[in-house]
Each structure stands twice: as structure tokens, then as C-alpha cells.
Design a protein around this ligand. Structure first.
Ligand code: HAM
Length: 417
């Protein structure tokens, strides 16, 4: 026997019943997002690496450590997408759909790839449901997309979720806050910070705010709040987003340490977390990214979006009800198998689900097989009944059995006679 081929660490095979949860998420997403005017967009999983470098930011963990990057046969650097936003914007720019003042809304679902340490709810291939709204910097767009995210999560009947929001300011006011931050950091003992944060001190000090290491959290506990340093336009924008959430009776918490791990954000940022899978695990995250379309070679177009992690949502969803097939077709004589095959097709075309015995086996073993399949009915095709144009039909729950004419079988099984 040949050696078994193992799957790659951090990559999962998703069987039923879990796979049904993914189908449910996709279905609920399609329904909710289309109510808000979002259209589906499927982008490639492979892109030129520089799209992500430019889009997500050189200083991010995702770009520095987590991408699956390799050269193609022509020596060009390619990466598996670690997130969807950069690819969606590239596609929108190429298709002429990214224009200021002309709103374009897209949702994308599919696998993303990050070389992180795998654990429950953190995979190297994971799946996101991602939504982007391009073409406006209106705070109504921010509130609209947050409402949509919460409608989606409600549709999945996930309870006890917490919405955290913050504003990261804009390219005008953030540099000022960086100075405030540098001043605060100068008073810190670098030894109290984790290695990651010591490295980020110069290049990306904002990320120190959301480091999960206990020592860094303690060191940063009384850091000046970014919100106290945003410019009047950003403050007004954020106040409007908050008012719109309140108008909709949406509960939220302002998290002054919420800065997000990707560099493209400005103004509103948000995350949805569930205590049930650990405080460090957001089920969804997003925010505004005005300036990103321009950085990717498009016009100066504003945008806001979010992504949900499907693995994490699956952990919070109730097990789906198991579907049952309608019939199992037992064949008592090998000579009847072709007729049974046709009968099976007829029943399926009548919207009934089921399978037939492909191989000769004793009636008892076929009955066992019928029970194992979970079918409601066992249809038994034997020589005597077939000669009369009938089949035996056994109710697998009550055990009762009767003969039914073959041309009435589909109606009988579907309960319409
Ligand atoms: P993100 O926060 O990096 O944002 O990821 C969004 C969500 O994807 C997370 O909240 C989490 O649920 C899930 N996720 C991330 N990494 C993993 C992983 N290794 N395993 C399982 N789930 C994971 C983004 O990706 C942005 N592109 C969101 C966005 C869209 N912002 C604006 N538009």
C-alpha cells in the first residue's frame, strides 16, 4: 500500500455537518447583502505580491510574516490572498467601478491564506465573507454597513456579540497623534514591551495600542486617546456614525485601543467579538479606508468595508438540522437493476432524494443499508411486484409496508396521494 498523503497543517477539510454551516452563512449573506444593494464579486485567490504590499502595508504582520508567497515560472512574485479588500479594489479599479460619487457595493466569499500559528478559530486557510462599499466618505455609509453586518449576524442567530468602534483619524490628524504617541513612548521602559512592540515602536507605533501581551497592555493602559486628537472633521464624522447607530438602537462600546492589523484604515474602525471564543478573537472586523483606491492606482475614491471569519462564526452557530433522504431503493433481483436505475432517476426528477443498491445483496442487508441511509421510505423492487408494475414501499418509521403502482410512486413518496 502507498503511503498516505497528509493534509497541510492549518488547512482543514470541512465535511458535513460543518460544511452545511458554511452554506447557511453564504445563503444568509446573499439574502441580507442584496437587500442593501451589494453585488457578488469573485476575485482570484492569487495576485501579484505587490498588490498586498501596497494595499495592506509593508509594516503589517500580514505582509511581513504571514503571506504564502512564491515565484511563478517567470520569476514573478505571487501571493495567495491574505484578505479580500486589496483584490476587490484592484478588480473595481480595473473594471472602472471605483469612482467617487458613484457608489459601488460588492460582497466576496471564499478562502484566504495567512501563515499564522493554527489554533481553534485561527487557520492558515480560512474563509471570509467580505463586503466593500466604494465611492463615498459619508458617515451614512459607515453606519449602513455596520447595520448590515449586524443584520447578517442576527440572521445566523448568533447571540451575545459585542460591537466595538473607534476612529483612527485621517492623514491630516494622525501624524499629530503619532507625535503624542512617540512622546508617551519615550517615557516607557522598552524592556516592559514584547519583542514585537519594541520593533514596532519606530515603524508602526499605533499597533502598540492593540498588542494583546499582558505587559504591553499594562504599559499602554494610560496612553492618550487617539479620539482626543482627531481633527474637527474626523470628530464630526465619528459623532455622526455614533448618532446613526444610536438612532438604530445599536449598542456599541468605544474601544480606544482598537486600531486593527492592516494599515489602510482611517476614521471609523470596528470589530465584533464574542466572549464565547475568547476576547482576542474577533468574528468580524472592518472600517473606512479612504485613500486606498488611490494608493492602488485608482482615483481618489473613499471606501468602507468589513470581513467576517467563517471558521469563527461556525464555532458560534447551532448545529444544523440533518437532512433525510426520501427513499432507498432496494433491488431484489440483479435483472431488475437497470429498471431500478431508471426508476431512481424518475424519482429524483420529481424532487425526491435517494439512492439505490448498486450491488447484489440479501434483502436483509439491503434493509440495513436503507436504515443506515436515514431514508423515510424503502422502495423494494422485486420480480413479482415489478411484473405487476408495482413496488413494495416500506415506511421506515412505522415498519408498515404496501404495494404502490410505479407510475404513482413519486406522488406517493412526496405525500401528494
Ligand atoms: P481582518 O481583521 O484581518 O480584516 O480579518 C477579518 C476577520 O477574518 C477576523 O475578524 C477573523 O474573524 C477572520 N480571520 C482573520 N484571520 C484569520 C485566521 N487566521 N483564521 C480564521 N479567521 C481569521 C480583514 O481581513 C479586512 N480585509 C476586513 C475589511 C474589509 N476591512 C475593510 N474591508
Amino acid at each position: 500500500m502507498s503511503e498516505k498523503v497528509a493534509r497541510i497543517k492549518g488547512f482543514a477539510d470541512i465535511f458535513e455537518p460543518e460544511a452545511a454551516l458554511y452554506t447557511q452563512m453564504e445563503g444568509t449573506g446573499r439574502k441580507v447583502f442584496s437587500r442593501y444593494g451589494y453585488r457578488e464579486l469573485r476575485t482570484p485567490v492569487l495576485e501579484f505580491t505587490h498588490l498586498f504590499r501596497r494595499g495592506i502595508g509593508e509594516e503589517t504582520d500580514v505582509v511581513q510574516k504571514e503571506m504564502f508567497t512564491f515565484e511563478d515560472v517567470k520569476g514573478r512574485s505571487m501571493s495567495l490572498r491574505p484578505e479580500a479588500t486589496a483584490g476587490v479594489l484592484r478588480a473595481a479599479i480595473e473594471a472602472g467601478e471605483a469612482r467617487e460619487g458613484q457608489i459601488a457595493r460588492f460582497f466576496t466569499m471564499g478562502p484566504m491564506f495567512r501563515h499564522e500559528r493554527p489554533q481553534k478559530g485561527r487557520m492558515r486557510q480560512f474563509h471570509q465573507i467580505n463586503c466593500e462599499c466604494l465611492g463615498t466618505d459619508s458617515p451614512y455609509a459607515d453606519a449602513d454597513i455596520i447595520c448590515m453586518l449586524l443584520d447578517f449576524l442576527r440572521g445566523l442567530e448568533i447571540a451575545r456579540l459585542e460591537l466595538n468602534i473607534n476612529s483612527l483619524g485621517c492623514s491630516q490628524c494622525r501624524p499629530e497623534y503619532h507625535e503624542v504617541l512617540q512622546e508617551f513612548m519615550a517615557g516607557l521602559d522598552p524592556e516592559t514591551l514584547c519583542g514585537n512592540c519594541r520593533r514596532r515602536l519606530a515603524a508602526n507605533p499605533l499597533r502598540l495600542l492593540d498588542c494583546k501581551e499582558e505587559s504591553c497592555r499594562a504599559a499602554m493602559s494610560d496612553v492618550p486617546h487617539l479620539l482626543d486628537h482627531v481633527c474637527p472633521a474626523c470628530a464630526e464624522h465619528f459623532a455622526k456614525v455614533r448618532r446613526l447607530l444610536e438612532l438604530n438602537n445599536i449598542e456599541y462600546r468605544i474601544d480606544h485601543h482598537l486600531v486593527r492589523g492592516l494599515d489602510y484604515y482611517c476614521r471609523t474602525t470596528f470589530e465584533v467579538a464574542s466572549g464565547e471564543i475568547g476576547a482576542q478573537m474577533a468574528v468580524a472586523g472592518g472600517g473606512r479606508y479612504d485613500g486606498l483606491v488611490r494608493r492602488l492606482g485608482g482615483d481618489d475614491v473613499a471606501g468602507v468595508g468589513f470581513a467576517c471569519g467563517m471558521e469563527r462564526l461556525a464555532l458560534l452557530m447551532a448545529a444544523p438540522a440533518k437532512g433525510r433522504p426520501d427513499f432507498y431503493l432496494a433491488v431484489l433481483d440483479d435483472n431488475l437493476r437497470d429498471q431500478a436505475f431508471l426508476l431512481c432517476q424518475t424519482l429524483r426528477r420529481a424532487d425526491l432524494a435517494g439512492e439505490m443498491a448498486f450491488q447484489q445483496a440479501s434483502p436483509k442487508s439491503q434493509m440495513r443499508q436503507a436504515a443506515r441511509s436515514g431514508a423515510r421510505w424503502c422502495v423494494i423492487l422485486g420480480p413479482d411486484e415489478a411484473a405487476r408494475g408495482e413496488a413494495g414501499v416500506k415506511n421506515m418509521e412505522s415498519g408498515s409496508q404496501e404495494s404502490v403502482a410505479l407510475d404513482r410512486l413519486a406522488n406517493f413518496l412526496s405525500g401528494s396521494v
